[in-house]
Design a protein around this ligand. Structure first.
Ligand SMILES: Nc1ncnc2c1ncn2[C@@H]1O[C@H](COP(=O)(O)OP(=O)(O)OP(=O)(O)O)[C@@H](O)[C@H]1O
Ligand SMILES: [Mg+2]
Length: 293
């Protein structure tokens, strides 16, 4: 079996995740918000915390939901059971969130991309966080939902995000802000990725790590949020080239890097996109040729 990926750095986030796990074990109410740019290991670290909690205390009721502007409260909590209602009974057909309900210890609701939920749907989380229960809109019914909430969000997302209102932020015990790692850590991230996913090809790509990371770090200074996924995707493309006996020269590196970046800049108008891409390719070419000297 493959060994697990390691999250390098991000010590504050890892520390608070340990406290979150501890709160579950103690049966305490504890809600955590983790905020940061794309690809800073938020999801990876949360998944690892949950896996180690499960290894530690056995099964923990757990549900992951991903924010979407189209999601309605009933998509998360369920709705009135119409069949029973016709027979004169009022009951609820429970939605997916109730799978996180814990009886001996609280379960976990992991709300990924929290700020993609509409304000209307976000309200659901306040009652869970504050009271471990859910009230069903337009009915007198409530149901217990004993679960702690861990939410992640990327406030720099390109589109479709909500400004999470203060009264919802208030319900979190802590709001952790993560940021891009330093250069040395980024070099470890790319090296780990290469060894983990394509060990045999990794040595042949090693000389590209530093140019890809230096360029990405320089481009971030222009205010565009380029996370580790940019250079990891580029490396993947180049590994695929090697594996299929394709060319891996400066031109292909720059070509794949530009296309990896293109996925992050859809919010810029077209002129700005081409300007940004040509700046990136000039910077990367400089890094690649500079290395030879
Ligand atoms: N500090 C780190 N240590 C190890 N790997 C990392 C680190 N940061 C990023 N990575 C790599 O980048 C990938 C992307 O991370 P992840 O999906 O967890 O980001 P995220 O913060 O959830 O991003 P988003 O806001 O876009 O959802 C990870 O799976 C991992 O391969
Ligand atoms: Mg994520």
């Amino acid at each position: 079996m493959m060994t697990e990926l390691v999250v390098f750095g991000q010590d504050e986030m890892k520390h608070y995740l340990r406290l979150f796990a501890e709160a579950i074990k103690l049966g305490l109410r504890f809600n955590l918000l983790i905020e940061g740019p794309p690809g800073t290991a938020k999801t990876l670290a949360v998944n690892q915390m949950i896996a180690s909690l499960k290894a530690d205390i056995g099964n923990v009721p757990y549900v992951r939901v991903t924010g979407s502007h189209d999601a309605l409260p009933c998509d998360l909590i369920g709705d009135l059971d119409i069949g029973k209602y016709r027979e004169g009974e009022m009951d609820i057909l429970s939605g997916p969130l109730f799978r996180a309900h814990g009886s001996s210890i609280p379960g976990i609701v992991y709300a990924d991309e929290l700020n993609r939920f509409s304000e209307y749907t976000l309200i659901i989380f306040t009652e869970i966080m504050a009271e471990w229960q859910v009230s069903f809109p337009k009915t007198p019914l409530t149901k217990p939902l004993r679960a702690n909430v861990i939410a992640t969000m990327n406030p720099y997302d390109i589109s479709g995000i909500t400004d999470v209102p203060q009264h919802i932020l208030d319900r979190f015990n802590a709001r952790i802000v993560v940021n891009y790692p330093d250069k040395e850590t980024e070099l470890r991230i790319i090296a780990q990725h290469a060894d983990y996913y394509y060990k045999n090809l990794a040595p042949r790509l090693k000389k590209l790590h530093s140019p890809l990371i230096s360029t990405t770090r320089a481009m971030r200074k222009l205010g565009v949020h380029l996370g580790p996924r940019i250079y990891l995707s580029t490396l993947d493309l180049l590994a695929l080239e090697l594996s299929s006996n394709g060319p891996v020269n400066h031109e292909t590196v720059i070509w794949h890097y530009e296309n990896a970046i293109r996925s992050r800049i859809g919010n810029l108008d077209e002129d700005k996109q081409s300007e940004f891409l040509s700046t990136a390719s000039i910077a990367l070419r400089g890094e690649l040729t500079g290395q030879k000297r």
